[in-house]
Design a protein around this ligand. Structure first.
Ligand code: BDR
Ligand code: CA
Length: 314
């Protein structure tokens, strides 16, 4: 199995992504780092440890990452979407396991040496930890096989500003540094994550499962489904973070994922946090981009929801 480091701001859809990674024999989850976003990085670690305990996976180290972003403090999160505690205000049984004593940056660097050339980095929160790891050791990309990042909006509107997606906007400076680094980066933006959803039938299947983690995920999704009524018109949700996990696992394959230059706007104007992908190239073929290592996922080969529910419930 491919070794995976998971960087998250757990988070409702982060929880679903974590459960999918745990249920997937194609990969080995070798470490988790947390970052502030949906909640602060300490609460995200608590949620992650509690979810791991429900799956009896206390062997996975969870390291608390950056509390604040590169240029500004964490803003407190989004309680109306992910709940005050990040897991939809569901009270999970508290795991007796404490976070790893290392920072998320140190854990990532250690894992990059232990699994040099093989480590797959999956990020589903702001990119603060990755940027700090790059600053601490600019040779990191040489030891990372690939980075799969949920973030951005290539051709569709943003979800936190008119043009910006939350993970990128929350630390635009970090995202710009990660996009500039020379590693194979697969960006999984809103363009494609909004096309993959869970509905009430899926949630019922989770709640009916014999597995404690699946049932907890069913509970956690309740509040999140309320938020999406405004977007989709029904109680349901997008599968943002789970889609990045599924692509890293190989469960879902991108069918349209052009390798094009990606620039993240880290300025302070109305474009802050925008992911500017030069999508002229694959359409016209008249612009050549040698050496580009960033792929922007725009479509996939199958629907994630059925395979996700099967993996989580069996
Ligand atoms: C992203 O923002 C977070 O709130 C979600 O967990 C997801 O990672 C979607 O824009
Ligand atoms: Ca997230």
């Amino acid at each position: 199995p491919r070794p995976v480091y998971f960087d998250c701001d757990t988070g409702v859809d982060d929880s679903v992504a974590l459960a999918l990674l745990l249920a997937s024999p194609e990969i080995a989850l070798v470490g988790i780092g947390t970052v502030s976003g949906n909640v602060d990085s300490t609460q995200a670690a608590r949620n992650t440890l509690d979810l791991l305990a429900l799956a009896a996976r206390d062997d996975v180290p969870v390291a608390v990452g950056a509390h604040d972003h590169l240029s500004h403090a964490h803003d407190g999160g989004v309680p109306h979407i992910h709940g005050h505690n990040g897991v939809g205000d569901v009270v999970l049984p508290t795991s007796p396991i404490e976070p790893d004593p290392r920072t998320a940056v140190q854990l990532l660097l250690d894992l990059s040496h232990a699994h040099s050339g093989e480590l797959v980095v999956v990020t589903v929160g702001p990119l603060t930890n990755l940027a700090l790891a790059l600053r601490a050791d600019p040779t990191l990309p040489e030891r990372v096989a690939s980075v799969v990042t949920m973030g951005g909006a290539a051709l569709v509107p943003g979800n936190i500003t008119a043009v910006a997606e939350a993970n990128i906007y929350n630390d635009a400076e970090a995202a710009a540094e990660v996009a500039e680094a020379s590693w194979p980066l697969t960006l999984v933006p809103l363009d494609v994550t909004l096309e993959h959803r869970l509905d009430e039938d899926d949630r019922a299947a989770l709640l009916a499962s014999g597995l404690p983690l699946a049932r907890a995920i069913g509970d956690i999704l309740d509040l999140y489904f309320d938020f999406y009524v405004g977007l989709y018109g029904t109680r349901s949700c997008a599968l943002h973070d789970p889609l990045a996990a599924a692509i890293a696992i190989g469960l879902v394959t991108p069918t349209v994922a052009p390798a094009v230059p990606l620039v993240v706007d880290a300025g302070h104007g109305p474009g802050r946090g925008q992911t500017i992908a030069d999508l002229r190239a694959p359409r016209t073929g008249y612009i050549d981009h040698p050496g580009v290592t960033t792929r922007i996922v725009l479509d996939t080969d199958r629907a994630l929801a059925p395979v996700l529910i099967e993996r989580l419930t069996t």
